[in-house]
Design a binder for this molecule. Structure first.
Ligand SMILES: [Zn+2]
Length: 143
């Protein structure tokens, strides 16, 4: 297996930021985000999982966010990624899970990030903040 080149890495990080934040802000359905993720090569999926785990860490997710996110993710609460994110403190080693669990890990991570980020937008940002990812260009619902 080959590692993506650094240019590919940058493009993938930008794409990840857009897709994940569109899902978190209700501009894109979770299933649409999942089909984007499913189409990536396994090494790219691992890179995305590490990236989104970083967003979740920065959003300071709580165990309650974990439970609420798992509930909306469609993944069973007993699945590995669900158990990991609900720990206190959460475990973030999703990229090390077997590749068969990557899609579940993506669903769980994005859903939990959405819960924590929505709280941050509603309580602290209130539609007027300097977070680039909270000020996405409208109407980017593209396949
Ligand atoms: Zn903001």
């Amino acid at each position: 297996m080959t590692e993506p080149s650094s240019d590919d890495g940058r493009a993938l990080r930008r794409e990840t930021e857009r897709v994940v934040n569109e899902v978190a802000q209700g501009l894109r359905a979770l299933d649409a985000g999942v089909s984007w993720f499913s189409g990536l090569a396994p090494t790219c999926q691992q890179m995305v999982l590490r990236e989104v785990a970083g967003y979740a860490m920065q959003a300071h997710i709580t165990a309650a966010d974990g439970r609420a996110g798992v509930e909306r993710s469609g993944v069973k609460p007993t699945a590995n990624p669900s158990v990991m994110i609900c720990m206190d403190p959460p475990r973030y080693g999703f990229a090390s899970l077997p590749s068969a669990e990557h899609v579940k890990a993506f669903r769980v991570l994005v859903s939990v990030f959405a819960v924590a980020d929505t709280r941050r937008r509603e309580r602290y940002c209130k539609g007027a903040c300097g977070h680039a990812w909270h000020n996405l260009p409208a109407a980017s619902e593209q396949p």
